[in-house]
Design a protein around this ligand. Structure first.
Ligand SMILES: C[S@@+](CC[C@H](N)C(=O)[O-])C[C@H]1O[C@@H](n2cnc3c(N)ncnc32)[C@H](O)[C@@H]1O
Length: 178
């Protein structure tokens, strides 16, 4: 009997340097030649094309309208039953850390300063992005409730949001099923 190979399609959207073997890695600024170049929020994939989508630390790089479009696009390209894993900084935690951290007693250069000694390091970058290129500005933020309601609003049938820690900050980890 001939075994039919069933290809699993996994999309790593906004992969940055996290280029994963076995995935279709996509970014506006490709890290290498294997990465598909695309400018979101519109996705260059057919309806019902993907089994799994990864969107890690990308959604906050879009304003609220384009962010909603991107989530709608992810729902569109997933197969029925497919899952999106979406991770974003927890904006409430980031804002609290920023407000709770001390002010330095002098002007400091933020570039490449990912420390947590005072406000103008990692905590400021977690709110506004590290701004190393046009794709690395944060344009919106999400709380657990807001992310959950957004994903339900664009049509996901089941959404779970949990807290985690990654990229130096508390994050929201959403599993959203089509
Ligand atoms: C903070 S990095 C996240 C990289 C990786 N996913 C991770 O978790 O470490 C955000 C990525 O989103 C990409 N990006 C930002 N705006 C984009 C756009 N309009 N279209 C496609 N990719 C974009 C950036 O180029 C960057 O690689």
């Amino acid at each position: 009997m001939v075994q039919q190979s069933i290809d699993v399609v996994r999309l790593n959207l906004g992969c940055g340097s996290d280029v994963r073997p076995g995935w279709t890695n996509v970014d506006k600024f490709p890290a290498d030649q294997s990465v598909v170049q695309a400018d979101f929020p519109v996705l260059p994939f057919n309806n019902d094309a993907a089994d799994e989508v990864l969107l890690s630390h990308v959604l906050e790089h879009f304003g609220f309208k384009d962010g909603e479009t991107l989530c709608r696009e992810i729902q569109r390209v997933l197969k029925p039953g497919g899952m999106a894993y979406i991770e974003v900084p927890d904006i409430a935690w980031c804002a609290a850390q920023f407000l709770g951290a001390p002010e330095p007693n002098m002007y400091t250069d933020v570039t490449n300063e990912y420390h947590t000694n005072h406000r103008w390091g990692l905590y400021s970058m977690s709110l506004w992005g590290d701004q190393h290129n046009d794709g690395l500005y944060h344009k919106w933020g999400y709380t657990a409730h807001r992310l959950c309601y957004l994903l339900q609003h664009v049509g996901f049938s089941k959404v779970d949001v949990n807290y985690g820690f990654s990229h130096g900050v508390q994050v929201l980890c959403a599993n959203a099923y089509k």
